[in-house]
Design a protein around this ligand. Structure first.
Ligand SMILES: NC(=O)c1ccc[n+]([C@@H]2O[C@H](COP(=O)([O-])OP(=O)(O)OC[C@H]3O[C@@H](n4cnc5c(N)ncnc54)[C@H](OP(=O)(O)O)[C@@H]3O)[C@@H](O)[C@H]2O)c1
Length: 290
């Protein structure tokens, strides 16, 4: 690489993690390009982005000049709760594959992908299966790659805070399954380090390993409410999920299906970062959401 600043293209830049990636790579001295289908969502990050590129990654032929001058791509593109009619295969796999194919053609040096911790153990879950399929394609492609496998994000656990506000948290199973959730800013900093060091695959967790019961307790503590937790037996949860899928709600139930699968494995990962879940819950309890 020459002494010019390296250029990173962030795909999924408008999402929770993508916005943190923009800020972390800018802070680390990169020129930041952001790929977005709704560029207006990035207006407040204007001073940290050198180029916003309008593009629909789900359409392979809409990625023409996207990679001009780009050294590194970091993709946080995927479905979490979007309900735009597209499934995990079309977005988590195919949109990322479109980016990868175009990046290989443009001879981009390195491609980093935000995968999910232990996705391979959740092959029956459509989201995990689509992401695993893309991670495999990336690892086999003729391009340098970094596959980042994080445990959960604090932003997803905000749903437990909402349940606590309503008076009761429902958990799958006995609530003893552990995870290492983390803040987007800490994860984005870890991504900068992993891509700078050209690490091929990395498992990343937040500063604490917590059981789901402990996470629920922290949600009630943040709100100053007495803890009320109901454990839904795994068999009943699976039955309800299957009924919902038969009624055609597979897409809407995707996050629940993922959470149910993750409730049955240890989602603890090596610790990174310093922002604790209690800090995040306290901020959210005060009405702050970033
Ligand atoms: N949340 C978690 O706990 C967790 C844990 C591990 C890994 N991950 C993975 O980390 C990644 C980022 O998660 P996040 O929480 O930051 O997600 P997010 O906030 O929902 O952001 C997703 C990004 O993907 C884009 N996107 C979604 N559907 C698209 C489509 N059809 N066409 C083009 N762009 C599309 C969104 O664009 P718009 O703004 O235009 O919708 C957004 O920029 C995801 O791949 C997720 O699977 C998440």
């Amino acid at each position: 690489m020459t002494d010019r600043k390296a250029t990173v293209l962030i795909a999924g830049a408008t999402g929770y993690l993508g916005r943190h990636l923009v800020q972390a790579y800018h802070r680390a001295g990169y020129r930041v390009h952001a790929l977005a289908r709704h560029p207006e969502k990035l207006i407040d990050l204007d001073d940290q982005i050198d180029r916003v590129i309008f593009g629909e990654a789900t359409r392979a032929n809409a990625l023409g000049e996207v990679f001009d001058g780009v050294d590194l791509i970091v993709s946080a593109l995927g479905i979490t709760r979007q309900q735009d009619g597209l499934g995990y295969d079309a977005v988590d796999y195919q949109a990322n594959k479109n980016l990868l194919d175009a990046a290989v053609r443009a001879r981009v040096e390195h491609f980093a992908y935000i995968h999910v911790l232990h996705a391979e153990a959740m092959a029956h879950v459509p989201m995990a299966a689509a992401k695993t399929r893309f991670a495999k394609a990336l690892a086999e492609a003729p391009i340098g790659s970094t596959i980042i496998c994080p445990s959960g994000f604090y932003t997803d656990l905000a749903e437990l805070l909402d349940m606590a506000r309503k008076g009761r948290i429902f958990l799958f199973g006995d609530g003893e399954a552990r995870m290492s959730p983390m803040d987007g800013a800490d994860l984005a900093s870890a991504c900068v380090g992993a891509t700078r060091d050209r690490i091929s695959r990395i498992h990343i967790g937040g500063p604490q390993s917590l059981s789901q019961n402990e996470i629920a307790q922290k949600a009630f503590e943040a709100l100053g409410l007495p803890p009320r937790i109901t454990h839904i037996p795994l068999g009943l949860a699976r039955f309800l999920l299957d009924c919902g899928k038969k009624l055609g709600w597979s897409q809407q139930l995707g996050p629940m299906e993922f959470f149910l699968a993750a409730s049955q494995i240890d989602m603890t990962a090596p610790a990174h970062g310093s922002i604790t879940l209690a800090e995040d819950f306290a901020r959210r309890a005060d009405g702050k959401t970033t």
